[in-house]
Design a binder for this molecule. Structure first.
Ligand code: ZN
Length: 272
């Protein structure tokens, strides 16, 4: 990694002096660009931080997260859904609408661009907002499910997000158009297992990756937080682009902790 540094330093000195932080970002972006070019298989792992610039607060942000206003165990638990679907939907209907209205930001678009340039194999995400697909990413593994569809718990019928609003009965519960069964958003609720297929795909990708690009995740929520170790364990590298500390900061080959959009823009600029 040290090899590319001198060129960058020279380039920075020859132009008008930018603020120190900008220079540091450019050096890190250059290092990450080199890793991306050398890697045969790069996988991104994203968390709530990548969607914050789209107006979706990270639930860890004090005073902003939705879970400060409501008790997740009371409203977003699978048992709460089974016990009283109308009450569950009383909370979740708004949440679905709020998330469904959001637009991808430059960080989502940067990852889509890396995929188009064959520099990124897939995105593994903890987010349920569907913004990677809206931003143009093709291969997205959603380990916590997604709001993009809701499914009938009786017959399995699947309803895309725009159709869900038409399924509500007088009590305020979403009912299957075919069999009147209870319809649940295809997100992983508290008390539910993660989707087996998605987790298996995520682990297989982590085991194959030369480079795992972690964006907007504190890498603290298991089992997803175990994926960087899988990549490190096979001799791959880690790049961590997120605000705030993570348990992998010391092992990361590149560590960027500014605004995710600005940081990934700098990486794309360094690749150009
Ligand atoms: Zn049904």
């Amino acid at each position: 990694m040290g090899g590319g540094l001198s060129d960058t330093d020279t380039a920075l000195m020859s132009s008008s002096p930018p603020p120190a932080s900008t220079a540091a970002v450019q050096v890190q972006a250059q290092q990450l660009a080199e890793l991306l070019k050398k890697s045969e298989c790069t996988v991104a792992l994203t968390g709530a931080g990548i969607s914050v610039p789209s107006g979706i607060p990270d639930f860890r942000t004090p005073g902003e997260g939705i879970w400060e206003k409501v008790d997740p165990m009371a409203v977003a638990h699978i048992e709460a859904f089974r016990r009283d679907p109308a009450k569950f939907w009383g909370f979740y209907r708004q949440r679905l609408q709020m998330l469904g209205d959001k637009e991808p930001n430059g960080a989502h678009e940067a990852l889509a661009e890396l995929e188009r340039r064959d520099l990124l194999e897939a995105v593994i995400t903890q987010n349920i907002d569907g913004l990677h697909q809206k931003g143009g990413s093709e291969r997205v593994i959603e380990v916590h499910g997604s709001i993009r569809t809701s499914s009938c718990q009786s017959c399995g019928a699947e309803f895309p997000l725009p159709e869900v609003e038409g399924l509500f009965d007088e009590q305020g519960a979403a009912r299957c158009a075919a069999c009147q069964g209870a319809v649940k958003p295809d997100v992983v609720l508290f008390g539910e297992f993660l989707p087996e297929r998605a987790m298996a795909d995520a682990e297989a990708l982590a085991a194959r990756a030369d480079l795992m690009l972690c964006v907007g995740s504190s890498l603290e929520v298991y089992p997803v937080a175990g994926l960087p170790s899988v990549t490190l364990g096979r001799g791959g590298r880690l790049a961590v682009v997120t605000k705030g500390p993570t348990p992998f900061d010391r092992e990361a080959a590149v560590r960027m902790d500014g605004d995710v959009v600005a940081d990934l823009d700098a990486v794309l600029a360094a690749l150009a």
